[in-house]
Design a protein around this ligand. Sequence first.
Ligand code: OSB
Ligand code: MG
Length: 390
Amino acid sequence: MPEPWNDSGARAELWVAEPAVVDRVSIRLVRLPLKEAFETSFGSVDSRLIFLVSIKGVGLEGWGEVVSAEKPFYSYETIGTSLHVIRDYLAQSLMAQPVSGLEDLAARFARFKGHNMAKAGLELAYIDLLARIQNRSLSRLIGGVRERVPVGVSLGIQRSIGDLLARIDAYLGLGYQRIKIKIKPGWDVDVVAEVRKRHPDILLSVDANSAYTLKDMDRLRALDEFDLLMIEQPLDHDDLVDHSKLQAVLKTPICLDESITSRRRAEQALDLGSCRLINIKIGRVGGYSQAIPIHDLCHQRGVPVWCGGMLESGVGRAHNLALASLPGFTLPGDISASSRYFARDLIVPEVTIATDGTAAVPSRPGLGFEVDLPYVESRTETFEHIDRKT
Ligand code: OSB
Ligand code: MG
């Protein structure tokens, strides 16, 4: 069995590259208030503690973002566990020898179990560094084919259906191509019915973040009447089997988010019929070394994928734009404008959405955006760096 990262032969200079010495890993925790609180089936947040990592080597710097949350609700990882694993294991593993491509880095990280978001943060920083070394954009480096990507918006649970309808009108007015509504028991069938009544033809999806079980079958089947683009992660975060039972009786495609943590899990989900669509988040799957093979697998099998979001700052968002430029990303991603989340983002220029509901994939080298260091510093709560042991 080949390792997953050997499945993509086309991107030779990504997987195997000129060895690069990394001398320093820097970590910054930066608090950004959210313009409006974001509520899901597992709770509400009104600010985002952004976990930035940068690595320095060969006279250049690469930037990544660890998407862990403060509390282990979406997954078991937290800012605290990610800090621990990067500080105590991953950073020295990255710096122990010169890194000779993504395959080398992924193999080093594979001996540490789990902690995908922590691993992904360092992979992102390395891939940005590699792109800068090769003077190419992230998108070029990973084999992207799109100059613009279609985008949608993910709307949290609101105080009233009226509030939700007003927000939907506003985002449709800005051009967003798909509306995704967070649901939970009690904020689901009636809400979707109202939205559908007002907007019979829009691309509409729902995301339950694991709020249901098979005991809720009737409720989930009721959602089947609304011509939804997908029902995202209705059942347990680590389940494949119950999802396959549910998918067998729904005409609406199930999209898995939380349950897909690696290429292997993606393949198992497709083999089991647990979903018909996959949301790829670089953080959830442990970095580009899994995200790209998941994309390739789905592309080969004709399974559409789209790029999920984790309320990232512009640093993570820039990587998402590059990922979403791969050919199999045919559905609108959760890659909204910087201004949808924050009064001011950490990058210059900010990510904007055109009135046709697309975002530009940067073509300049590396991330394609400048990290706004003075602003980052003004909002930094914690800063530390780890140097290579000499
Ligand atoms: O389930 O897709 C999710 C945000 C945080 C954690 C999980 C999810 C989300 C979103 C928002 O839906 C996506 C975004 O706009 O970043
Ligand atoms: Mg989701």
